[in-house]
Design a protein around this ligand. Structure first.
Ligand SMILES: [Zn+2]
Length: 237
């Protein structure tokens, strides 16, 4: 058995086996009658080359996600939105129906002394600030209902930017959430909130803890699987 996953496309016109890496996935093109075991062995023999190519493409895909220029994409509520940079009073307006987010930066950025990097850094900062206020607003709406549902009540909560976690809970009952949660679909955000609330009862990841999370969030397994699968698309430099 070959340990690498691939999409096999057979063709009667082909004489040889060929490999292609597209969007960080392996495609194998092969003649119609060639045995699967031969193809598996062939793929296995090229595994170093394949892994190298796949990681190169994954790296460049991440860079694409991390740009904040006019026309680049940013995830909002789990959906890609196009960034539209405009000049005027600093503000951010999201148009989910049309799939874009307008970011207004001061008119001085049109001057030649400002580089493309200066502009994208400013756009990124404004989006982060907007994420922060959006997540705060969502929590203000959502937490009271979840307090009632779970009977677990935090002493306070805050939102800030974290590099490597979505949320946390300490032994004083204070919850913290990552402003980048705004990138995820709301039903996944709800799982993260319930997860942190359940730490008010169990400050660990024991079996009892996971049972409590699942009681209050039946989508827990789906949400965890979704995050594991999609996390690479939500990297933020
Ligand atoms: Zn946890």
């Amino acid at each position: 058995m070959c340990s690498l996953k691939y999409q096999l496309i057979r063709s009667s016109r082909r004489k040889t086996v060929a490999l292609q890496i597209k969007a960080a996935k392996l495609i194998v093109r092969a003649p119609q009658n060639i045995e699967l075991s031969y193809i598996d062995n062939f793929v296995q023999s090229k595994s170093l080359w394949i892994k190298d190519k796949v990681s190169q493409q994954q790296a460049s895909a991440q860079i694409a996600v991390n740009n904040f220029n006019n026309g680049d994409l940013v995830y909002i509520d789990g959906l890609p939105h196009k960034i539209v940079v405009d000049y005027g009073k600093m503000s951010v307006r999201c148009n989910s129906a049309e799939g874009f987010i307008s970011v207004y930066i001061p008119a001085k950025y049109q001057q030649q002394s400002f580089s493309k990097e200066d502009i994208s850094a400013k756009v990124k900062l404004l989006i982060e600030e907007w994420f922060n206020s959006e997540v705060c607003y969502y929590l203000t709406l959502k937490l009271p209902a979840l307090y009632e549902q779970t009977s677990l009540i935090a002493t306070s909560f805050k939102v800030r930017k974290y590099k490597s976690r979505w949320g946390s809970c300490n032994n004083r009952g204070e919850l913290s959430f990552n402003c980048l949660l705004k990138m995820l679909p709301p039903w996944v955000v709800d799982y993260v909130i319930v997860h942190e609330l359940c730490h008010l009862k169990y400050l660990n990841h024991s079996t009892k803890f996971w049972q409590l999370v699942e009681n209050h969030c039946p989508d827990m397994h789906l949400a965890k699987a979704w995050m594991k699968k999609n996390q690479p698309a939500f990297t933020w430099s």
